[in-house]
Design a protein around this ligand. Structure first.
Ligand code: SF4
Length: 358
C-alpha cells in the first residue's frame, strides 16, 4: 500500500518486497500537527489519498497524536492532549505545521488557548525532532502574506531558522510528496535531499513546463488568447494567459490530484499560478506573463513552422545558368593547365591510360 509514495523518496529501493521488508520494521513516529493561519486545504488534500489511505497512514504508519481538524476533543481537552503528547515524545516527534504564523503586533492576530501562534510554535517546535512545513503558508507565508500582508505572516523557517525543517509548498501540496517525506523519516530518521529552499528535490527539481502536456503547443507557438476561444478548447498552451509553469518547480504535471488523471490546474484549462515558488505565488499578478529564464528564445521570436514558397523568374534562371556554365568552363581549362601530358584528352580526374609497353 505504501510503496508508491515511499518509492518517490527512496528511489534506490530495488523492489516492492524490499520496501515492504523495510516498512515492516518501522517504529511508528509520533506526529503532532498544528494549524495556524490556514484554510485546511493541505489536510483536505492528504485526506484524498488511497496509497495508503489516510486511515492506514495514521493507524499503521505514523502515530498521529494531535490534529485539531481530525481529533474529537476540543477546548481544554485538546490543550491537555497537546501538552501530554509534547511531554511524552519530547525530542522525538515530528511536528507538522499547516498555515502561516502572524507576527504583526506581537502575534495578536491569532491566539489558541490563550497563546499566540508564535508562542505555540516556539514551545512545540523547540521540542520537536524535526518539522515539516506543509503548504505554501507554512513554508513562507502563502496567501496570508500577499500584499498588503496585514498580519505580518511568515513561514516556520523564518521563526526557527536553525531547526531541522523541510518545506513542502503548494496550495495545496501534493499529498504523495508529504507521504514520501514522512515514510523516509519513519524508516531511517532522515529527510530526503533538499534544494536551497528546503524543498525535497525528488518532488521539486523540475519545472512544470518541462513535463506539461501542453508543451508541444508552446513550442509550436499555439497560445490561448482568451478563455473559451478555439485554442483553449483544443488544449493549447496557456503561457499568454499568465501561466507560471516555466518559472515553477513542482511535480503537478506528472502527479495529479485526488487520484484522478488530469485533475490539476493546467489539466482542467487554468494556468499554473506558481504556488510552490516563494517569489511567484501570490506576488506576481495572476495574468502577468512570466519571464523565460531557462528557455533560449521566447516563443514570439520562433521561426514560423511553415514557409511560403516563392517563384523564380525566367531572367533569374538564365543568369544562374550562365554562371554555372562559366564556372564549368573555367574548371576544365584549369585542369588542362595542370596536366603533365601535352596531348592528354582524358576527362579531368580520370585515371591515365595504362597501355602495355608504354
Ligand atoms: Fe504548460 Fe504553462 Fe508551459 Fe504552456 S506555459 S506549456 S501551459 S506549463
Amino acid at each position: 500500500m505504501v510503496a508508491a509514495p515511499f518509492g518517490l523518496a527512496l528511489t534506490d529501493m530495488a523492489s516492492p518486497e524490499a520496501v515492504a521488508a523495510v516498512l515492516g520494521k518501522v517504529v511508528r513516529p509520533a506526529v503532532i500537527w498544528l494549524h495556524f493561519q490556514d484554510c485546511t486545504g493541505c489536510t483536505e488534500s492528504l485526506l484524498q489519498t488511497s496509497h495508503p489511505g489516510f486511515a492506514d497512514l495514521i493507524l499503521n504508519v505514523i502515530s498521529l497524536e494531535y490534529h485539531e481538524t481530525l481529533m474529537a476533543g476540543s477546548g481544554l481537552q485538546a490543550r491537555q492532549a497537546l501538552d501530554e503528547a509534547v511531554k511524552r515524545y519530547a525530542g522525538k516527534f515530528i511536528l507538522v505545521v499547516e498555515g502561516s504564523i502572524p507576527t504583526g503586533a506581537q502575534g495578536i492576530y491569532m491566539k489558541t488557548g490563550g497563546r499566540t501562534a508564535m508562542e505555540i510554535l516556539n514551545d512545540v517546535g523547540g521540542k520537536a525532532a524535526a518539522i515539516i512545513a506543509i503548504g505554501s503558508c507554512a513554508s513562507w507565508g502563502g496567501i496570508p502574506s500577499a500584499d498588503p500582508d496585514p498580519t505580518g505572516a511568515v513561514g516556520v523557517a523564518d521563526l526557527l531558522p536553525e531547526h531541522s525543517i523541510i518545506n513542502i509548498p503548494g496550495c495545496p501540496p501534493n499529498p504523495y510528496t508529504m507521504l514520501g517525506v514522512v515514510l523516509q523519516y519513519a524508516t531511517d530518521g532522515t529527510f530526503p535531499e533538499t534544494d536551497d529552499q528546503r524543498r525535497p528535490k525528488f518532488a521539486f527539481d523540475r519545472d512544470i513546463h518541462e513535463h506539461c502536456p501542453r508543451r508541444a503547443h508552446f513550442d509550436a507557438g499555439n497560445f490561448v488568447k482568451v478563455y473559451g476561444d478555439a485554442g483553449h478548447r483544443e488544449g493549447w498552451c496557456l503561457y499568454e494567459m499568465g501561466c507560471k509553469g516555466p518559472d515553477t518547480h513542482a511535480g503537478c504535471s506528472t502527479r495529479h490530484f485526488n487520484e484522478i488523471p488530469d485533475v490539476w490546474p493546467i489539466g482542467i484549462g487554468a494556468p499554473c499560478i506558481g504556488c510552490t515558488e516563494k517569489a511567484v505565488a501570490f506576488k506576481v499578478p495572476m495574468f502577468q506573463v512570466v519571464q523565460l529564464h531557462t528557455i533560449a528564445a521566447p516563443p514570439t521570436s520562433y521561426a514560423p513552422i511553415t514557409t511560403t514558397r516563392g517563384t523564380i523568374s525566367p531572367l533569374a534562371t538564365g543568369l544562374v545558368g550562365l554562371g554555372v556554365g562559366v564556372l564549368a568552363t573555367g574548371g576544365y581549362v584549369a585542369s588542362r593547365k595542370f596536366s603533365k601530358k601535352e596531348d592528354d584528352e582524358s576527362a579531368p580526374g580520370s585515371k591515365p591510360d595504362n597501355k602495355a609497353g608504354e
